[in-house]
Design a protein around this ligand. Structure first.
Ligand SMILES: NC(=O)c1ccc[n+]([C@@H]2O[C@H](COP(=O)([O-])OP(=O)(O)OC[C@H]3O[C@@H](n4cnc5c(N)ncnc54)[C@H](OP(=O)(O)O)[C@@H]3O)[C@@H](O)[C@H]2O)c1
Length: 234
């Protein structure tokens, strides 16, 4: 059984579908939305769980749903907020805290509380963690914190394989928010250029790649590489 968070949209939904199409059971987690509800209707091996990671209750709901399984083959942390592209001076610290809860704190809590059951953890890493996105600084700040949490887990959760996967730019609502941002910025220009060059990947390709990393790579291959980039390994 796999757990996929952020399963109602974008990369999380695509991973859920790719795993289900390979006959895997999936606990698909997001808040209550139409996108989540249609998954079990179309894929009988998918169970939907509505949980909100802005509260500890949401994390506990996932842990409780996993309690009846002796093992969880893997968890894919794909829950993410639509972090608004805005200048550094406009970042609202209360909003930033909510974004940290979803991108950073919920994955840390889930990794800690499920660690004795877990086989693999997928963290969706971003080049924005390493390089500041001017005009979208909050995203870089949040993803840098999330990356360090993933690197800590990789070092310290000795019985779990952590996969830091860089999907590149993927055409999801999160990236659409940048493309449609009313504020001109170097980041918006970069993403519009990628779009014009046809370099935004469709989510289903990334879903298949993540399923490949979870199902078709050995522990030895995972141990040999700290990160995986879409396009290089698939
Ligand atoms: N798209 C890219 O190019 C790209 C590149 C590198 C890394 N990533 C990372 O990949 C992850 C997924 O991104 P995406 O582009 O697929 O985003 P997305 O399409 O916006 O999906 C985000 C998912 O998170 C869920 N979510 C939002 N708030 C939540 C909350 N409070 N509690 C529980 N679930 C919540 C949403 O569902 P509900 O609204 O139904 O809860 C949705 O299913 C993010 O961590 C992102 O940083 C994306």
């Amino acid at each position: 059984m796999f757990v996929v968070t952020g399963a109602s949209s974008g990369i999380g939904r695509a991973v859920t579908v790719a795993l289900a199409e390979r006959d895997q059971s999936v606990l698909a987690v997001a808040r209550d939305s139409a996108g989540l509800r249609e998954l079990p209707a179309n894929y009988p091996r998918v169970t939907a769980l509505a949980a909100d990671f802005l509260s500890d209750v949401g994390v506990s709901q996932v842990v409780e749903a996993c309690a009846s399984y002796p093992t969880v083959a893997g968890i894919v942390h794909a829950a993410g907020t639509l972090i608004e592209p805005q200048a550094f001076g406009s970042i609202d610290s209360d909003v930033l805290l909510d974004e940290m809860r979803v991108h950073v704190m919920a994955p840390i809590d889930l990794n800690q509380r499920l660690q004795t059951q877990l086989g693999r953890i997928v963290f969706l890493d971003s080049y924005s963690s390493n390089d500041l996105r001017v005009g979208w600084a909050a995203y870089s700040i949040v993803k840098a914190a999330a990356q360090m949490a993933a690197r800590s887990a990789a070092e310290e959760l000795v019985n779990v394989k952590v996969i830091r996967a860089f999907p590149g730019a993927v055409r999801t609502p999160l990236v659409d928010a940048v493309l449609k941002s009313p504020h001109d910025s170097p980041t918006r220009r970069t993403f519009r250029a990628l779009q014009a060059e046809g370099k935004l990947s469709p989510p289903d390709e990334i879903g298949e790649w993540i399923a490949y990393l979870l199902l078709d790579t050995s522990d030895e291959e995972l141990s040999a590489r700290p990160t995986w980039q879409y396009g290089e390994s698939f």
